[in-house]
Design a protein around this ligand. Structure first.
Ligand SMILES: [Zn+2]
Length: 494
């Protein structure tokens, strides 16, 4: 367990080990400081007025999400990717050195070390990931085809800068461009939250906690409310990337995030609380077992709960006056699929690329070409302009530069639906899966607790069985959830 808990194995040679840590620090800081400084000559007026205005990742993210002007989107996309070429040499050396360390521990390479975390032979795990992807691929293809046509694209591939996200990994930001023509207004949780002056960001957090206590979990300790960081401080810089912590392996649970009153943050609150309730559930385990059964399970728990945040639930807690009509189901499912389904091929291709880089199948003189080959194969996405090995486009994604394994996010997307379906069956929910909520159901809560309390004391198929009665990961729950949307998309596409 100690060996497979590593993400990076430093070589035993002290010189090489030191070189590796310096490279890692440099890669992460190059990414963190990454800015796009628009060329004032080429820019449109707004930028020419302020040629000194370099844009950081947040500003570029906003342009990609909000702009509907193709040249602006293209400029921002290309601009962000200029941060990466300086990382290429470091990344190449990082691959060599980290492989040296992994080999010393008995792994074939760093990728094999990552794949060995899953209580099965590394190659069997790779085959599992492929199996799950093949289950959901037809759903993704229907969504891709629909979006492509609604954007008026004549080719089979979608240019990467048109999907509302710098990596084209989640497409929810372009919902307005692809919404069904007859979609009603439906409801907008962000607007509801904004209108409720009696609910501040702590109040949003209380609503999240209340979901867990409705399942039978004990309330969070008073120290959670005193010691967490919920809003961005005015007087200093903090890392706002949301995270959840267990400080003492006992009761000192906290989150660190900069909440604003939006539907997105409402979702993130449930995600982070899922980590905290998991951490507390396994606190009785010995030190080595104080973790989720595999890294994907930790990411999936809060999202599972968030799937129960249905319109019906919002009515129950008084955030919505009445349930939207059934005719709103398709627009709501489409909005959700643009984030959750669109993410799947991206989620799996990141480590498909890295595994091949670590194994040597992809060589440094092929880094960028192979990256786009995989993005085309999995996502059906192409760069907005010709790329070459003078670029290093993989480095423009945080998890590559910072060496964070990615397969857990792909698996978590699949697992959250599997958990949701299992818990809904226990709660004897009526109606379709996307309208089902386990809110207030103690039996479902008890079953969830049973899995969480195992921590990492058993192989993950045991943990899965404790909750779902299944020992295999299974994407059919996700297909069930989106089944009405899939038929609708296919109808539209034909
Ligand atoms: Zn998380």
């Amino acid at each position: 367990m100690l060996k497979t808990s590593l993400v990076l194995a430093p070589p035993s040679d002290p010189k090489e080990s030191e070189e590796l840590s310096k490279i890692m620090a440099r890669l992460e800081s190059t990414y963190g400081k990454g800015k796009w400084c628009p060329d004032p000559e080429k820019s449109r007026d707004s930028v020419r007025d302020k040629p000194e205005a370099c844009k950081n990742i947040d500003e570029i993210t906003r342009i990609l999400a909000e702009s509907r002007n193709e040249p602006d989107l293209r400029a921002a996309w290309e601009g962000w990717h200029t941060i990466a070429p300086p990382m290429r040499k470091d990344y190449t050396r990082f691959v060599e050195l980290s492989n040296t360390g992994a080999k010393e521990l008995g792994f074939a390479d760093t990728g094999a070390m990552w794949r060995s975390k899953y209580d099965m032979p590394p190659n069997a795990f790779a085959a599992e990931a492929d199996r799950l992807w093949n289950q959901v691929k037809p759903l993704y293809q229907s969504l891709h085809k629909y979006v492509r046509r609604r954007l008026g694209i004549a080719t089979d591939t979608i240019p990467a800068h048109l999907l509302g996200n710098i990596w084209a990994q989640e497409w929810g930001n372009i919902y307005d461009l692809v919404a069904p023509a007859d979609a009603g207004g439906s409801y907008d949780l962000t607007k509801i939250l904004e209108a409720r002056s009696d609910i501040d960001v702590v109040g949003m957090m209380r609503i999240g906690e209340q979901f867990f206590t409705s399942l039978g979990f004990a309330p969070l300790p008073q120290t959670f409310w005193e010691r967490s960081l919920f809003t961005k401080p005015r007087d200093r810089d903090v890392v706002c990337h949301a995270s959840a912590w267990d400080l003492d392996d006992e009761e000192d649970l906290r989150v660190k995030m900069c909440i604003s009153k939006t539907a997105d943050y409402f979702q993130t609150i449930h995600h982070e609380l899922g980590h905290n309730f998991y951490q507390r559930a396994y606190k009785m385990q010995p030190f080595l077992y104080k973790d989720s059964a595999n890294d994907a399970l930790h990411e999936a728990i809060g999202d599972t709960i968030a799937l129960s945040v249905t319109p019906g639930y919002l009515v129950k807690i008084g955030l919505l006056d009445e349930e939207p009509p059934e005719s709103d189901d398709i627009p709501l499912l489409l909005r959700e699929a643009l984030d959750k389904v669109a993410f799947l091929p991206f989620g799996i291709m990141i480590d498909q690329w890295r595994w091949r880089v670590f194994s040597g199948e992809i060589t440094p003189d092929d880094y960028t070409r192979s990256w786009w080959d995989l993005r085309l194969e999995y996502q059906g996405i192409a760069p907005p302009e010709e790329r070459s090995e003078a670029d290093f486009d993989p480095g423009a994604k945080y998890h590559i530069a910072a060496n964070v394994p990615y397969m857990r996010y792909f698996l978590a997307r699949i697992l959250q639906f599997q958990f949701h379906r299992a818990l809904c069956e226990i709660a004897e929910c009526k109606g379709p899966l996307h309208r089902s909520s386990i809110y207030g159901n103690r039996a479902a809560g008890k079953r969830l607790e049973r899995m969480l309390a195992l921590g990492r004391s058993r192989p993950w198929p045991d943990a899965l069985e404790a909750l779902c009665g299944q020992r295999k990961m299974d994407a059919t729950a996700m297909l069930d959830y989106f089944a009405p949307l899939k038929s609708w998309l296919d109808e539209q596409n034909s």
